[in-house]
Design a protein around this ligand. Structure first.
Ligand code: ZN
Length: 180
């Protein structure tokens, strides 16, 4: 079972992602095979698979906690459509972390200006934390327990300069690249 993004979700995402996601292309699915465990959500190739416990018919009316997960996964979608391969990166991270994958999510903004300086899980948590903080909510993976929204300014500005997504379509038997 899959669905497209709702009108409310597109509006919510646009507040952070602007024109950087191909909203009409994205299909939202459920991780019914429970890959990575029943609480795990994954977005290996641009399209999110939400844990059966966290899946929603419309994340725009979900709680801030649930929207945090939504923004984390949609940052993996952004990675895919900006030619960063989440699946291959996750395997590399898993090996580098020697199995402590959970330890790869924590990030420290001190002295950082480039979004690309963070690994794929740090990027996803950074955007989700930024969104949550902007709504008056809590952060999950910032190494600082009392971050300010302005701590994110430089890194988020760099992220927002990434431009439009790249989408590939099969057309007359050939792959054609378009902006989403
Ligand atoms: Zn993730």
């Amino acid at each position: 079972m899959e669905r497209t993004l709702t009108f409310g979700e597109k509006n919510l995402l646009a507040s952070i992602f602007g024109a950087m996601l191909p909203y009409g292309e994205i299909r939202v699915r459920i991780n019914s095979a429970e890959i990575g465990g029943e609480n795990n959500s994954i977005t290996p190739e641009g399209h999110p698979y939400f844990s059966p416990h966290h899946a929603k018919s419309d994340f725009s009316s979900a709680t801030l906690d649930e929207q945090w997960i939504f923004f984390h996964e949609m940052t993996h979608s952004w990675q895919y459509f900006h030619n960063i391969r989440p699946l291959a990166n996750a395997i590399g991270l898993f090996i580098a972390s020697m199995g402590n994958y959970q330890g790869t999510y924590k990030y420290d903004l001190a002295g950082k200006t480039r979004f690309g300086d963070f690994n794929i899980e740090q990027q996803a948590s950074l955007v989700a934390d930024y969104f949550s903080l902007s709504k008056g909510g809590a952060v999950r993976d910032n190494a600082s327990r009392t971050p300010k929204l302005t701590d994110y300014d430089l890194v988020i500005r760099d992220f927002r300069a990434s431009g439009r997504p790249t989408v590939w379509h099969a057309q007359n038997g050939r792959w054609v690249r378009t902006g989403g």
